[in-house]
Every structure is written in structure tokens, then in C-alpha cells.
Design a protein around this ligand. Structure first.
Ligand code: NAP
Ligand code: GDD
Length: 398
């Protein structure tokens, strides 16, 4: 505690969830410290707006918010940070979080995602800290177990990411049981937002649609469209993380919307808003297919609702719209199509998008007609160049 305020330490604060969680905890009056790893180019874009506090107070106990350098692969940095900050709550959101890339980088994924939580928990134990610990576990751990999935579903992961996360999950439970640490797992199903990393499928789709509408690109290249995911809104899911640590005993909780959709349905929903057919814009490439794939995720979060009174408000259709509006805003402002800095509603950007889509459809129609006319011209030439003569000859020769 600092001046009667709880201290939260967030690993992975620069990520999608870390940034929303930091905002949420600051709004609750917490003192927040975040761990970022060194990067050759700043990796703090999602939290730069919070760093105003740093200028005012510097890195002093009085500062409501500041960042420290650390790495989940570096036990020394983890121990030093825990000893310096003496947090009341530790949120471990740090991870190599891309399932597809975990097949290409399996060792570092295991190192960060499995040994990372081990290093933090071991340091908490050795330093005899009285803090609570939150582990960012994942629905990817369910793997090929059929839906719906809840806390009792068998976990059969089929990616290096899922297997590493399952190790982190069990370590969290083991440190709870063996050492009495208030250690909890949030088993979160997919959750997205305008801050989602660019190479996750939802963001890739909404950003590409915005790019297509403003004229930056023509196609989206994707992999498997059949997978089903239970997609929620990150800003709401980080509140569930906090609720999990406020419960009177340490436990594990599924966090999900109880609604599932294929990637194809996400495409349909997004393109339909603009009256466009997704099939005109999507190409499939094996480059984006994975060696093994979790076929279907659908979370049953009844326990979180019953025990924590937590429930998601933003469902699939709203999520698609809010992500599209955010990407359209950014791209339209870049192109000077929408005014900079003005606080317009999501509907404003979606309506502008619809106007652009109509123009695009008109241009596509014109191009199609031009193409048809060109083919007819070609046919005309071929006919005059003797095709008819050939047919007559063939007929004559039987
Ligand atoms: P994210 O945007 O990829 O954020 C992950 C964060 O971890 C980034 O800030 C990243 O830093 C940091 N990180 C990576 N390796 C690190 C290392 N070696 N040392 C220190 N920090 C490291 O992911 P997210 O969507 O916010 O997800 C947060 C957590 O929840 C992750 O653990 C993820 O696996 C888990 N999870 C996510 C979902 C989901 O659908 N979003 C669902 C279930 C579980 P850089 O910016 O430097 O890369
Ligand atoms: N990323 C990506 N890129 N995925 C694609 C693409 C593509 O071009 N084309 C199709 N997909 C399919 C993937 O094969 C997968 O079935 C689905 O879209 C979702 O992929 P991602 O958005 O990358 O998410 P994920 O489900 O693999 O993993 C996310 O959710 C997990 C929870 O279930 C990540 O946020 C993980 O960190 C998280 O633990």
C-alpha cells in the first residue's frame, strides 16, 4: 500500500489488455506499476497517454503510474521489481500471445508463457510477499475439447502456445495449493478491441476493410475461415480479472460471452454493414493456416456470473461495429476524409464508410463493364480473323 492506496503491478502492461487494465485500476484509485521489455522502437503506444504522471512525479512512490524495464525470461529483473514495488496485486498478462507464431517460435513461447509465470510465482514465494497473483490463462488450453467449455472441461491443447499456457495454469494452481499463495487463473476466451494487435484475425479484418474503403488496398488474405471463436470485448474482460482477485478465496474462472461464430461469419457481419460481399475481397492462403487448429470455442462463464457477478455486455455484433468504427476513424483521418481530432460517434464513421462502399461498388461495376466490353472486342476480332471460317470448314469436313 502507498498512502492507503493498493499497488498493482502489471506484466504485459503495453499490450491490449494491460493498457485497459491500467486505466481501469487507476480509475479505481490504485497505484499502478507496469513492466515493459526493452524494444529498439517504443512498444508503449497503447499506454503513452497514461505516462503524463511520470513527468509530474518522476519514479517516486507518490507517482500513480510508472513503468519499469523487465523481461519474463529474466528472473533477476522479476525479483528486483517485486522487491522494489512490493505490490498488493500482480497481474501477469505478459506473453507471446499469438497462437500461429507459437508454431514458429515454440521455445521462446514456452520460455515466456510457461517459465514466465513460474519465475514470478517462485519470486513471490521466496520473497514471502503477501500479494495476490492473477495468471492470464486462455481458452486455447481447451484445444480439441468440444464446446461448450467451462472450468471442469478437459484441457487438450494442440499448439505450443496452448501447452505453455496450460503449464502456467497448473503452476498457478500448484503455488496456491502448495504455498498458500492467493493465485488465480482467469481462463479468458478471445477478446478484442480497437487496441488489438494487428495480426489477430478480427483486427486484421476490420483494419483491412477500412483500408479497402479509403482506397489503400484491394484484398485481405486469410487462412482458415471455419474455426469458431467466442469473441468478447477486452475493456470489459479486464474488469473480470480484477473481480477474480477481489473474491474472498483464490479460484479459477472462465470469462466468455457464451456466443460463438466462425471467422467467415465475422467477415460476413463486417462486410454486410457496408452492403459489400466479403467474397469479392478475400483470398485464402496456406501461409495463414496453422499446423493444428482449435476448431471451436464457446465459453460457459456461469461461474463468473454467479460468484463474481461479472457479465459481458458487448456481444459479437457490437464488437464488430466498434472495431470497424475505430479503424475507419483512423484511416479516414489519415486520408483527410474525416476531420482530425473531433469526437464523432461510431455511427458517423460507419455512415461515411457506407458512402465510400457505394462509390467502390460503382467503380467495381464500371470496371466489370469495361472488362466485358474488352472481351467482346476481342471476340469480335477473333471472329473476323477466321473463327467463323474455321467453324464452317469443320462443318464441311464433317
Ligand atoms: P498482447 O497485446 O500481445 O500483450 C502481451 C504483452 O506481453 C505485450 O505488452 C508484450 O510486450 C508483453 N510481453 C511479451 N513477451 C514478454 C516478455 N518476454 N517479457 C515481458 N513482457 C512480454 O496480448 P493481450 O491480448 O493483451 O493478452 C494479454 C494476456 O492474456 C496474454 O498473456 C495472452 O496470452 C492472454 N490471453 C489473451 C486472450 C485474448 O484473446 N486477447 C485470451 C486469453 C488469454 P511487447 O509489446 O514488447 O511485445
Ligand atoms: N491471426 C490470424 N490471421 N488468424 C486467422 C487468419 C489470419 O490471417 N485467418 C484465419 N484465422 C483464424 C485462425 O486460424 C484462428 O482459428 C482464428 O482465425 C482466430 O485467430 P487469432 O485471432 O489469431 O486468435 P486465436 O484464437 O488463435 O488466439 C487468440 O485467442 C486465444 C484465446 O482463445 C489469442 O488472443 C490468444 O492469445 C488467446 O489465448
Amino acid at each position: 500500500m502507498i498512502n492507503g492506496k493498493k499497488v498493482a503491478l502489471i506484466f504485459g502492461i503495453g499490450g491490449q489488455d494491460g493498457s485497459y487494465l491500467a486505466e481501469f485500476l487507476l480509475s479505481k484509485g490504485y497505484v499502478v506499476r507496469g513492466v515493459v521489455r526493452r524494444a529498439s522502437f517504443p512498444n508503449t503506444k497503447r499506454i503513452d497517454h497514461l505516462d503524463i504522471y511520470d513527468d509530474k512525479y518522476g519514479k517516486t512512490p507518490a507517482s500513480p503510474f510508472y513503468l519499469l524495464y523487465g523481461d519474463l525470461a529474466d528472473s533477476t529483473s522479476i525479483r528486483n521489481i517485486l522487491e522494489e514495488i512490493l505490490p498488493d496485486e500482480v497481474y501477469n498478462l505478459g506473453a507471446q500471445s499469438h497462437v500461429g507464431i507459437s508454431f514458429q517460435n515454440p521455445e521462446s513461447t514456452m520460455n515466456f508463457n510457461a517459465l514466465g509465470p513460474l519465475r514470478i510465482l517462485e519470486a513471490i514465494k521466496d520473497l514471502k510477499l503477501k500479494c495476490k497473483y492473477y495468471q492470464a490463462s486462455s481458452s486455447e488450453m481447451f484445444g480439441i475439447s468440444p464446446p461448450p467449455q467451462n472450468e471442469d472441461t478437459t484441457m487438450l491443447p494442440i499448439s505450443p502456445y496452448g501447452i505453455a499456457k496450460l503449464a502456467g495454469y497448473h503452476l498457478t494452481r500448484m503455488y496456491r495449493k502448495a504455498y498458500g499463495i492467493f493465485a488465480c487463473n482467469g481462463i479468458l476466451f478471445n477478446h478484442e478491441s480497437p487496441r488489438r494487435g494487428l495480426n489477430f484475425v478480427t483486427k486484421k479484418i476490420t483494419r483491412s476493410i477500412a483500408d479497402i474503403l479509403v482506397g489503400n488496398r484491394e484484398k485481405i488474405v486469410l487462412g482458415n475461415l471455419d474455426a469458431k471463436r467466442d469473441w468478447g470485448f477486452s475493456k470489459e474482460y479486464v474488469q473480470a480479472m480484477w473481480h477474480i482477485l477481489q473474491h474472498d478465496k483464490p479460484d479459477d474462472f472462465v470469462v466468455a460471452t457464451k456466443e460463438t461464430h466462425t471467422v467467415r461469419e465475422f467477415l460476413e457481419e463486417a462486410f454486410n454493414i457496408f452492403g459489400l460481399n466479403w467474397k469479392d475481397f478475400v483470398e485464402i492462403s496456406d501461409n495463414y493456416k496453422r499446423p493444428a487448429e482449435v476448431p471451436a470455442l464457446l465459453g460457459d462463464a456461469s461461474k463468473a456470473l454467479k460468484t463474481l457477478n461479472w457479465e459481458p455486455k458487448t456481444k459479437f455484433k457490437d464488437l464488430v461495429r466498434l472495431m470497424l468504427a475505430a479503424d475507419l476513424k483512423e484511416k479516414m483521418q489519415e486520408k483527410g476524409i474525416a476531420p482530425m481530432g473531433e469526437d464523432k460517434s461510431d455511427e458517423y464513421y460507419l455512415d461515411l464508410g457506407k458512402e465510400l462502399a457505394q462509390k467502390l461498388a460503382g467503380q467495381k461495376k464500371e470496371k466489370k463493364v469495361e472488362g466485358l466490353l474488352e472481351s467482346l472486342e476481342g471476340l469480335k476480332k477473333e471472329f473476323s480473323a477466321g473463327v467463323i471460317e474455321g467453324i464452317v470448314n469443320q462443318l464441311k469436313n464433317g
